[in-house]
Ligand binder design. Structure first.
Ligand code: GDP
Length: 296
C-alpha cells in the first residue's frame, strides 16, 4: 500500500495480504506461527526447509496469505520507523489466561499508529484457567471492541498448541483483507522491504526480502540501504529456486555486498553504475549526518 507510489490505478491487481504476528512474550506467537505453517503451507512439502526464511505463505480457499515469521517487534518497528510498513494486517496474540499485558498494549499502539487493522487471536483457550470474557473486556478497554459486542475487532479463539481455531483465524484474515484495498502492480517499479539478513559462511549475505511492487527477477541489480548487488540466487519459503517473484512474495536472495538492516527498502536499478551512485550518495549523507552530531 504505502510504499507504492506513482502506479497507474488501472495497473494495480489484488495481491496476498501480508500479516505480522505481535503480542506479549510467552503468549504464543512462535507456537501460532508454527501451527499456521503446518496447517496449510501452500501444497505441502513438509520438512523441505533447510534455510531459515523470515516469512512464509499459506493457502486458504485458494488464496495466499503471507506471514512475516519474525516474532517480536524488531522488524515491525523498524519498518514503521522507516515509513515502509510491510504488514497489511496485525494478528495480536493474547493469552486467554493472562490477558492484556504491557507488550500487548505496545503492539496495539504500534498497529494503530500505522493504521494497520488488528485481528485478535485469543490463544491458549485450552487452558483450564483461561478466561475469554475477562480478556474481551480488557481488550474493549484498550480500544479493541469485539465484533460480537458491536465493535469492529474480530476476536478468534485459538489454541496454537492444540492447533485449534487456525482455520477460523485464516478465515478472519481473508475477511479483513477482502475489505481492504490490497493491490500492487506486478509489472511496475520493483521495490519492497528487507525482512531480515545475515552473513553465512560460504554463502555470503543472505537476505529475506518481501516484494511489495513489481516482480523481482534473477540477475536484477538491487540496492537496500547502503548495500547493493546482483541477485545470483533466489528461493521461495520452501527453498525452491525461483526466477521471478511478484508482489507479497517473500524470497531469500543471495548476492548483496553487505548486510542490510531489517526494514530497509530495496529497489531494482537498471545497471551497476546507477546502483553504485545511489549507494555512494547514501553513504555520503550518512557521513554528513554523523558529522553534524555534536560530540559529547
Ligand atoms: P512467544 O514468546 O509469544 O513466541 O510464545 P511461545 O510460542 O514461545 O509460547 C510460550 C509458551 O506457551 C510455550 O511453553 C508454549 O508451549 C505455550 N503455548 C503456546 N500456545 C499455547 C496454547 O495454545 N495452549 C497452551 N496450553 N500453551 C500454549
Amino acid at each position: 500500500r504505502q510504499v507504492i507510489m506513482n502506479e497507474d490505478p488501472r495497473s494495480l491487481v489484488k495481491r496476498p495480504p501480508v500479516v505480522t504476528i505481535l503480542g506479549h512474550v510467552d503468549h504464543g506467537k512462535t507456537t501460532l506461527l508454527d501451527a499456521i505453517r503446518h496447517s496449510n503451507v501452500a501444497s505441502g512439502e513438509a520438512g523441505g526447509i533447510t534455510q531459515h526464511i523470515g516469512a512464509y505463505q499459506v493457502e486458504h480457499h485458494n488464496q495466499l496469505i503471507t506471514f512475516l515469521d519474525t516474532p517480536g517487534h524488531a522488524a515491525f518497528t523498524a519498518m514503521r520507523a522507516r515509513g515502509a510498513q510491510g504488514a497489511d494486517i496485525v494478528v495480536l496474540v493474547v493469552a486467554a489466561n493472562d490477558g492484556v499485558m504491557p507488550q500487548t498494549r505496545e503492539a496495539i499502539a504500534h498497529a494503530k499508529a500505522a493504521r494497520v487493522p488488528i485481528i485478535v487471536a485469543l490463544n491458549k483457550v485450552d487452558r483450564p484457567d483461561s478466561n475469554p470474557d475477562f480478556v474481551k473486556r480488557q481488550l474493549a478497554e484498550n480500544g479493541l471492541v469485539p465484533d460480537e459486542w458491536d465493535g469492529d475487532t474480530m476476536i478468534v479463539p485459538v489454541s496454537a498448541k492444540q492447533k485449534m481455531g487456525i482455520e477460523d483465524l485464516l478465515e478472519a484474515i481473508l475477511l479483513v483483507s477482502d475489505s481492504m484495498d490490497i493491490r500492487a502492480n506486478p509489472n511496475g517499479k520493483v521495490l519492497g522491504t528487507v525482512i531480515e539478513a545475515q552473513v553465512e559462511k560460504a554463502k555470503g549475505v543472505i537476505a529475506t526480502l518481501l516484494v511489495q511492487n513489481g516482480s523481482l527477477e534473477m540477475g536484477d541489480i538491487i540496492v537496500a540501504g547502503t548495500s547493493m548487488g546482483r541477485i545470483r540466487a533466489m528461493f521461495d519459503y520452501r527453498n525452491r529456486k525461483l526466477r521471478k517473484a511478484g508482489p507479497s512474495m517473500p524470497v531469500l536472495v543471495m548476492g548483496l555486498s553487505d548486510v542490510p538492516a531489517a526494514g530497509d527498502i530495496f529497489q531494482v536499478y537498471k545497471n551497476d553504475r546507477e546502483a553504485r551512485a545511489v549507494v555512494e550518495e547514501r553513504k555520503t549523507q550518512a557521513q554528513n549526518r554523523q558529522a553534524a552530531v555534536p560530540k559529547a
